[in-house]
Design a binder for this molecule. Structure first.
Ligand code: ZN
Length: 307
């Protein structure tokens, strides 16, 4: 048995929120289904934010309502900003809910309009509500700006660890360390992962990486080397953060999967089918730049899947 690494494709959420043109609901569904056909085990399909905040994601409720009855084999994840969003997501029938919580105060105020300490209070209320529901829906907290912030600048390891400790104490199921603006480097990734795990143990789940400075895959490798086995990524490296000026795309799913499978980690993803998903994305969002080194070079003939 090869060791498993779980990829969560966040393109339909993180990848679309600052896209210049709007993708139709039908095109999104076609894209999501092509991602699922490649074997991606978890897909973040949208966000239950008020439609005026991110118009690109205004059709999330419809997308979920069309996907849930198909009983997909993969995990339907959505983002929610607060308790109201969590309740809407839960009632829509999603499998997993992600909540962004910023480590840095500047990003927290700009993005969420609350201080980090208030986010932890909010998380306690959310967990209390979720635990009172009949259906178990795991909650994953994304610790945004865990490695640096475009507004506050340096974010210390101690700041990140302290926020994660607060989230773990509030009872969240999993925590992702998010390099929201893409300032992290591999040595820093190792340091923050090890320090966070020392404090909260296995509640530390994975890494959400951006490729702003070209270090997305290098940072993933650093995380892998210190035991991280879950990553968020975006097909074609779409995405960014509307409240983080200068931030460019997420780490490229195709490049990440190519590295993992080549190294012998089983992602469950078929790269040929995944590469075909790029055409489906491009058809629905023709104006958007498509990133990725391996897709441009083509899958090398020496490549062998791990599984
Ligand atoms: Zn992101």
């Amino acid at each position: 048995m090869k060791e498993r690494v779980t990829i969560c494709e966040v393109g339909p959420r993180d990848g679309l929120q600052i896209a210049k043109t709007r993708m139709t609901t039908d095109d999104k569904i076609a894209w999501i289904q092509s991602l699922a056909a490649a074997g991606i085990p978890e897909i973040e399909v949208g966000s239950f934010v008020p439609p005026r905040v991110i118009p690109q994601l205004a059709d999330t409720a419809e997308i979920v309502s069309r996907l849930v009855p198909t009983n997909p084999q993969w995990t339907i994840q959505v983002l929610a900003p607060n308790l109201r969003g969590v309740q809407n997501a839960y009632n829509a029938g999603v499998d997993k809910i992600a909540i962004p919580v910023s480590v840095s105060e500047g990003h927290s105020m700009a993005n969420l309009n609350r201080k980090p300490a208030q986010s932890i209070e909010m998380m306690r209320e959310i967990m209390a509500w979720l635990k009172a529901q009949p259906r178990k829906v795991p909650l994953i907290a994304g610790a945004s700006t865990a490695f640096g912030c475009s507004i506050d600048g340096v974010v210390t390891t101690a700041q990140t660890v302290a926020l994660c400790k607060g989230l773990a104490d509030a009872g969240v199921d999993e925590i992702m360390l998010a390099d929201t603006v893409g300032y992290a480097h591999p040595a820093q990734v190792k340091e923050v992962v090890l320090a966070t795990r020392a404090e909260i143990g296995p509640v530390l789940h994975g890494l959400h990486l951006h490729d702003t400075c070209g270090l997305g895959v290098a940072n993933a490798l650093a995380g892998l080397e210190v035991g991280i086995r879950a990553f968020d990524s975006c097909l074609a490296g779409l995405g960014g953060c509307p409240y983080a000026p200068g931030a460019s795309g997420n780490v490229v799913t195709e490049d990440l999967v190519f590295m993992l499978e080549s190294m012998g980690f089983d992602t469950g993803i078929d790269l040929d089918v995944l590469l075909a998903s790029r055409a489906v994305l491009h058809a629905g969002l023709p104006g958007e730049a498509m990133h990725g080194q391996m897709p441009k070079a083509g899958l090398p003939p020496t490549f062998r899947r791990a599984a």
